[in-house]
Design a protein around this ligand. Structure first.
Ligand code: NAI
Length: 454
């Protein structure tokens, strides 16, 4: 009998499998598609490869401002997608090598839990039957498909999900993006740079979901300046070949579309795993797990997108670590209030901790300090004509840092420092004793921390 069966080879699954094997467990990992999951194959990584090409294109077009002349910069979408696929292949091979080195057995089959077996659990996959003392469910998520008339019929063709949007070799003339969340904004930014006329239709008042609204509104203004059109508080009514219909006041308006990108969220992929055969409790389609990833069935754990909540790859890594630690008898937990998030548009947004709206919703007494990104020498040197914002929230009185929000390129590389400080419960005074390398864009955080008076 194995020590652990991991179902799902995305960030949560492969990380947990490696950690558990390195801790001495005999581990088998099941993946029905390609190792690396959505993040590596049709999410975080290919989108970053595409967005980097877009950034190079935009920089090339703006290079005159930096004293450089080029004849003309034009995108080659086929080549961009090919490069992205090469990056994916390299990283998938890397995950495979990591599993091999750690001694994890990888089975490329769909795993089906089929009941208890003595001290453990039975799993069927392909022709084989396996048994393990413990199970870790890391089955991930899939795009949410709302019951909007016309969507289902056209899915995978006229209507794209992130999967298809990351591999289009022909750039649509008119692209309508349904949902102004992370996927919607990143893909809108890419296709806008590639030359599509992009319209984002969002049903809420602000883009960016839980983003601090001041940052969200600034990002929207900047993306609109780049040419993306936004319709907010707009409820999509239906989709038909060539257009998207939405309701505005009392009228129905049609937006012309050559392609539509559906990006209205993701939902846990926790069905068809056979979890009912061992009585695992579910909650709103997700596997119900406690702070250490334990389900209601002893020996069965879950981590990553399939437990719902924050569906981010880096959160999944941490949830996986905490679950493996729990198996080893070490009680840790995921610090969700110090969980960073990034939108990799150009400029990018990086945040951690509470937004102003969330702090207010929790009834907290807080103070805010803000600075323009132009206070950073490095930012100024590298962003001709550009601006952005850095915003820090601290609890009134104790001055414990609650949140940090940045709009401006390179902020994704600096935000982890604030995640560490918030995670450790640091106050403004402790945080500003940190020496930041100079000149870096991240120094804007230190400058903003000094805006809190002594
Ligand atoms: P999301 O939850 O970020 O955004 C969905 C948006 O669609 C929301 O703003 C919502 O109000 C809107 N919406 C929902 N129904 C709508 C309708 N009928 N009409 C118009 N708007 C509607 O979901 P998204 O962008 O699909 O991303 C899915 C997941 O992938 C998220 O959990 C996200 O965190 C993750 N992700 C993270 C990335 C990153 O960290 N940079 C990149 C891409 C995805």
């Amino acid at each position: 009998m194995l020590d652990l069966i991991v179902i799902g080879g995305g960030p949560a699954g492969y990380h947990a499998a490696e950690r558990a094997a390195r801790a001495g467990m005999q581990v088998c990992l099941f993946e029905k598609n390609t190792l690396g999951g959505v993040c590596l194959n049709e999410g975080c990584i290919p989108s970053k490869a595409l967005l980097y090409s877009a950034k190079i294109l935009e920089n090339a077009r703006a290079c005159k401002r930096y004293g450089i002349e080029v004849a003309e910069a034009r995108p080659d979408p086929g080549m961009i997608v090919k490069r992205s696929e090469k990056v994916i292949r390299t990283l998938v091979a890397g995950v495979r090598a990591r599993m091999k080195n750690a001694g994890v057995e990888v089975v490329r089959e769909a795993a089906l839990v089929c009941g208890k077996s003595g001290e453990g659990f039975k799993v069927a996959a392909g022709e084989g039957e396996y048994a393990a003392r413990r199970l870790l469910i890391c089955a991930g998520s899939q795009p949410a498909v709302p019951p909007i008339p016309g969507i289902r019929e056209h899915l995978g063709g006229f209507v794209l999900t992130n999967r298809e949007a990351l591999s289009l070799k022909e750039i649509p003339g008119e692209l309508v993006v349904i949902g102004g969340g992370v996927i919607g904004l990143e893909m809108a930014a890419y296709y806008n740079a590639m030359g599509s006329r992009v319209t984002v239709v969002e049903m809420l008042e602000h883009i960016g979901g839980p983003l601090d609204t001041e940052i969200a509104d600034l990002l929207q203004r900047e993306l609109a300046r780049q040419g993306i059109q936004f319709y907010l508080q707009a409820q999509v009514q239906s989709v038909r070949e060539g257009g998207v219909l939405y309701r505005e006041k009392d009228a129905t308006v049609e937006i012309a579309a050559d392609k539509v990108l559906l990006a209205v969220g993701r939902r846990p992929a926790a069905e068809n795993l056979g979890l009912e055969t061992i009585g695992v409790a579910m909650e709103r389609g997700a596997v119900k797990a406690d702070a250490q990833g334990r389900t209601n069935v002893e020996g069965v754990y879950a981590a990553g997108d399939c437990i719902g909540g924050v569906m981010l790859a880096h959160t999944a890594y941490r949830e996986a670590e905490v679950a493996v630690q729990a198996m080893l008898g070490r009680e840790e937990s995921v610090h969700y209030d110090a969980n960073p998030s990034v939108i990799y548009t150009h400029p990018e947004v990086a945040c951690v901790g509470l937004s102003e709206e969330e702090a207010a919703r929790r009834g907290m007494d807080y103070e805010v300090r803000k600075l323009s990104m132009r206070y950073s020498g490095r930012f100024l040197a590298e962003n001709e004509g550009g601006d952005g914002l850095c915003k820090i929230l601290a609890e009134k009185g104790s001055r414990r840092i609650l949140g940090a929000h940045m709009l401006g390129n390179s902020s994704s590389e600096a935000i982890w420092g604030m995640a560490a400080l918030i995670g450790m419960g640091a106050d403004v005074y402790q945080a500003r004793a940190t020496i930041f390398p100079h000149p870096t864009v991240g120094e804007i955080l230190r400058e903003t921390l000094w805006e809190f008076e002594d």
